[in-house]
Design a protein around this ligand. Sequence first.
Ligand SMILES: [Zn+2]
Length: 412
Amino acid sequence: MVAETTATKTLEATLAPPTAHKERRLERTVATYRRTLEDAFESGADTQSAVNDVVTPYTLTSYAKDALKSYVPQLSRTYDAAEIGDDHPVRFTNRGFRIDHSSERTHEFCWRVPQAGRGNAFWIPLRINPEQESLWFDLFTDDVTVGEFRLQQHRTTWVLHVTVEYDVVDPEPTDDPTRIGFDIGESKLLTGCACQDGTPTQPYIYDGGRARALRKEMHTTLKRLQERDAAEWRIDERFDYYQNALTDIVEKASREAVEYAASFEDPVIVLEDLSHIRENLDYGTYMNRRLHAWAFARLTDRIEDKALEAGIAVEFVNPRYTSQTCHACGHIGSRESQAAFTCTNAACWVSEYQADINAAANIAGRVDPWGESVPWKSERDDSPRDGSTVDSATARREPSARPAQTTLAEWG
Ligand SMILES: [Zn+2]
């Protein structure tokens, strides 16, 4: 029997510049959606039927209303904010997804924009990302399933995101894999943690100091541009600059992450499912959020791509509470600073813990719970029983030798 894993990917396309008429309809869709979302969020509705009561009177397609019914309750649970940001995309459920393809057109793919009322939907050409072309074609087959799709206005352009799921054959299905969870965070850009025989082992940390510096620099630059009332294209241009700089960091971090995972026996990489909202983000300025969301999605995608190339299976888990839960006892604790997680369970041996490692251990453990209070293995006790494993592990771990040597005492 061939085992299969469901992989998730987000397809991205920019809408070809719409006519003035279509642009107004897009703007109206976004405006109505945001009013509905705000109304539902502020009403405190936390069940599908409570949200339904709020959204029913709005002139919004049922696909967007249905998306709100599942999204808003989840939002109220995971998003610790007095008000929601103004940059939420319009979400639609997969039932409303229609595209058309013709090689005769300049823009071969067209998307049907759902609208309230029968016959009101309209078509718009897409500029797809060429790297994703084969996946766009797969949308016409049974090979992929559309999850949800989202429309977002980015200053001067409109962007469509489509979440797709598809089955990949597990590269090497084994009975006892080593699961390695990765947490993408603020204090450290990327933190990996393996779970061996039910015990968290040797974390990997990509500090990402350069990424933080870039974010800080961007924040300052943006503020200055806003104070000077700079044109929007100037701001967009700066954003592109920072995005390109971050791309290099993302490539390096994802390569190291997969090397780290490959140093374990029968590795399986565990990542957070992007279709959920990330908790504990630094919700600072709009640009900061946008850049962070982009880096988060990109890093996840690249780890997945490189893992599959390396023959390593990837699993996705729901990220809810991964950074607030104690990896040892499962209790919800507190995270008073970005760097430290505190377990409030008096019976648990964990008091304060490096927050990103705790989150990564939770992500690995979400697939394969290791039960109660398991102490970390010390570096010394970590030697595998058979010598051959030691050799191969040591040899393969060399590229990321520095982060692997981080002592646990420093975090415990
Ligand atoms: Zn605990």
